[in-house]
Design a protein around this ligand. Structure first.
Ligand code: ADP
Ligand code: MG
Length: 700
């Protein structure tokens, strides 16, 4: 990268130290390069005008043309606002400002055409446009060389300092023209040739100020390809490296533990998918190369038993195994299930979490170090330095997305060679996302549910049907079943959520009085002993209803529970809803998931509820989830978006991603170390990216 792009951002005309600091803080823009990489998230076609009667609040930014027929100051204090009425030949719409009224008064001339740009919203059944841009229709100060006007993400703070989308556009207008001959190419010439990509400099120019739609598409394609290509190159290179050089342990044989368990103690017949996955893992661990495998499978597909049988392979070869879960409750549940299953084999296993008391902990640590303990199950506590194994050979990580790559590395260091690692994902991940998040892992999929499961029926109720819900819960409880009622937990408003939960508890206690009904309650603020106690009461069927926050989201297994009621379901994302639903439908009974929401829902929330009601297939749910959460029309989403991609969209750019992965894979096949002259640049870029602020801990 040339020095020019590394120029500190405050050197750009129009920025200076103060705005520079704001840009750094708010958007992590430190250099020219960073500003250039702040791509428009949309373009407004300045040749297209909407009619006022076409306006609705679902529309993104629109452009209107008309005359201002009246202005007035309305309201008092907080609600004081300046309103201008814009009229075209189809109707009148209000333009509203909550600040700057003084300045606006008298600004608009009568009988003059204006162009208005803004995002429609709705207030009391009427559409208006808050804080629009208003320009004279014959104003030629908008000196774009195209009708496509870029719209940039910004933040509240930046907007208050004049760095809204338009402000950023002005900065780009200063910077982009200076690029000529100052941008180094970042992809090798042969790739550019072969895939007919446009050059980097041209791509920057066209992405910010597209001459036409065709060139804009080419610029997008080039930048997306590059972004995805380097991610794939990095992932595949590290996978390749591991395969070539990371020695791990050879599990030569299947012995007493595996065979006895398989022949005598399996609680059920394995599904074909489970058998296939066990074989895949068996093949990995006999090679002497370290296994890094992602196990995908829908909620309830039976990942636990697969992971146990793999741990038994380790034990048969005199290695220890560990299973790490993201929460205490889940670790505990795994421990209860697994220790029960292996009891007849005489295997010694233990549970290690943050709340194991020091005396017990000491004993566990001692037995791990001297090899007495064969299987250890736990939480993050397993990562701590005092946890030393005699001979750790196999690691299972449940619900991986909660653990970072650094944590994975800490487990690698618990033996002279890194142990084999099996990562289990909690919910299915769409292919494109898996390719990116776990692109350096091999993948196995359990694509079959155990037989005899009745599909869960999912219903969406608005609050008006609450009495019906209570009636239904009573019916189910009479049949001997148990019910979950889950409330959202969102960190920023933990207090409010707790209040919500406690109110729910109060009203349920009225509806479901003692002694006929017994209710458990579980939330994050409780001591872990109390949590245990409540959980156990529910597991043992001593209580009928479990009221909880999402602490029960992952993994909890109570087959007798047949109803999952999710309160404020609109506040949950799809994958979370699917996870929660997966808590029921684990026994032989027909199970139900009831989504409670208020009557009025956003478009997204509607799609989420409909998706849940339509399908039980986790992969389908995940796909819709990705489509919904892809960078949308909301400003700033690209910043918080999946993986912090700057331009590529994993929901939409599947084909580019596949191509990028293929190209990266071909290059590495021919030149694994990237040593050939035409690949020097690739190495250079990888190193460079390492140094910049890309958060690689989120990848892999
Ligand atoms: P998940 O993949 O969500 O972790 P679990 O491993 O918790 O799923 O399995 C869900 C339930 O299905 C458990 O009660 C488990 O005992 C049961 N199960 C797993 N495999 C089978 C099978 N092949 N046949 C019948 N039941 C099974
Ligand atoms: Mg599980």
């Amino acid at each position: 990268m040339s020095n020019f792009l590394d120029t500190p951002i405050e050197y750009l005309k129009g920025i200076g130290p103060q705005r520079g600091d704001m840009l750094k803080k708010e958007l992590q823009i430190f250099t020219y390069y960073d500003l250039l990489s702040l791509y428009p998230f949309r373009y407004i076609d300045r040749s297209k005008f909407y009619k006022i009667k076409e306006i609705n609040e679902e529309l993104p930014y629109v452009q209107l043309k008309g005359k201002i027929v009246k202005t007035e100051l309305l309201g008092e204090k907080q609600s004081r606002r300046f309103v201008a009425y814009l009229k075209d030949d189809t109707g009148v719409i209000e333009l509203v400002w909550f600040q700057g009224a003084k300045w606006l008064e008298g600004k608009f001339k009568p009988d003059t055409e204006y162009i208005v740009l803004g995002k429609p919203s709705e207030f009391r059944g009427k559409y208006n446009i808050p804080h629009p841009d208003v320009d004279l229709a014959n104003d030629d100060s908008i000196k774009l060389n195209s009708v496509l006007m870029p719209v940039y993400p910004s933040t509240e703070k930046l907007r208050s300092r004049g760095l809204d989308s338009k402000g950023i556009l002005k900065l780009q207008e200063v910077l982009v023209p200076q690029l000529t001959n100052k941008v180094e190419e970042t992809l090798p010439e042969n790739i550019i040739q072969q895939y007919k990509l446009i050059g980097k400099e041209q791509a920057y120019k066209q992405i910010h100020f597209p001459e036409n739609v065709h060139l804009l598409k080419q610029a997008e394609y080039r930048l997306k390809f590059e972004e995805l290509f380097y991610i794939q190159l990095r992932l595949l290179k590290s996978k390749h490296f591991r395969k070539q050089s990371m020695q791990s342990f050879v599990f030569e044989k299947l012995g007493y533990y595996f065979n006895t368990f398989f022949n005598e103690h399996l609680p059920f017949e394995l599904t074909n998918a489970q058998k296939r996955v066990i074989k895949e893992i068996r093949n990995d661990v006999r090679t002497g190369k370290q296994m890094n495998r992602l196990l995908q499978g829908d909620v309830g597909s039976g990942k636990t038993i697969v992971s146990l049988m793999c741990m038994l392979m380790a034990l048969d070869n005199n290695f220890q195994a560990c299973l790490m879960a993201p929460t205490e409750i889940l670790a505990q549940q795994h421990f209860i299930i697994i220790s029960e299953l292996v009891k007849p084999l005489g295997i010694i296993c233990a549970l290690l979490t943050g709340s194991v008391k020091s005396k017990a902990r000491k004993e566990i640590l001692k037995q791990l170090a001297d090899g007495t303990l064969q299987i250890i199950i736990g939480t993050h506590a397993l990562l701590e330095d005092p946890v030393q194994f005699k001979n750790l050979g196999f690691v299972v990580i449940d619900e991986q997305h909660r653990f970072g790559v650094a944590q994975r590395a800490r487990l690698h260091n618990k033996n002279v060679n890194p142990p084999h690692v099996l990562v289990m994902s909690a919910t299915p991940i769409p292919r494109t996302l898996a390719m990116t998040l776990y692109g350096d892992l091999d993948t196995s999929v359990i694509d079959e549910l155990p037989p005899g499961r009745k599909p869960i029926q999912t219903l969406h109720y608005s609050d008006a049907k609450r009495l019906r819900l209570y009636g239904f819960m009573k019916e189910q409880i009479k049949l001997g079943r148990q019910v979950y009622v889950v409330y959202p937990l969102i960190e920023e408003s933990e207090k409010l959520d707790l209040k919500n939960l406690m109110e729910g508890y109060d009203s349920l206690s009225e509806q479901f009085p003692l002694p006929e009904y017994r209710i458990s309650i579980l939330h994050g603020r409780m001591e872990s002993d109390a949590k245990d106690f409540e959980m156990q009461r529910f597991v043992k069927n001593q209580t009928h209803i479990m009221i909880a926050t999402t602490v029960i989201e992952v993994g909890v297994n109570v087959p007798n529970a047949s109803v999952m009621v999710i309160e404020n379901a609109e506040r949950f994302g799809l994958s979370q809803l699917h996870q929660l639903r997966g808590r029921v439908g684990r026994g032989a009974d027909q199970s139900y998931c009831i989504l409670m929401t208020s009557y009025k829902l956003s478009q997204d929330a509607k799609v989420r509820m409909q998706t849940m009601c339509r399908t039980n297939d986790g992969f389908e749910v995940a796909e819709v989830d990705l489509q919904l959460r892809g960078p949308g029309d909301i400003e700033g989403t690209q910043q918080s978006g999946i993986l912090n991609l700057k331009i590529a969209d994993l929901a939409k750019d599947q084909q580019i991603l596949q191509l990028a992965r293929q190209v990266a894979s071909d290059i590495l096949a021919a030149d694994p170390e990237l040593q050939q002259p035409q690949h020097k640049l690739l190495n250079h870029q990888l190193v460079r990216q390492n140094k910049t602020n890309i958060n690689w801990s989120k990848v892999a």
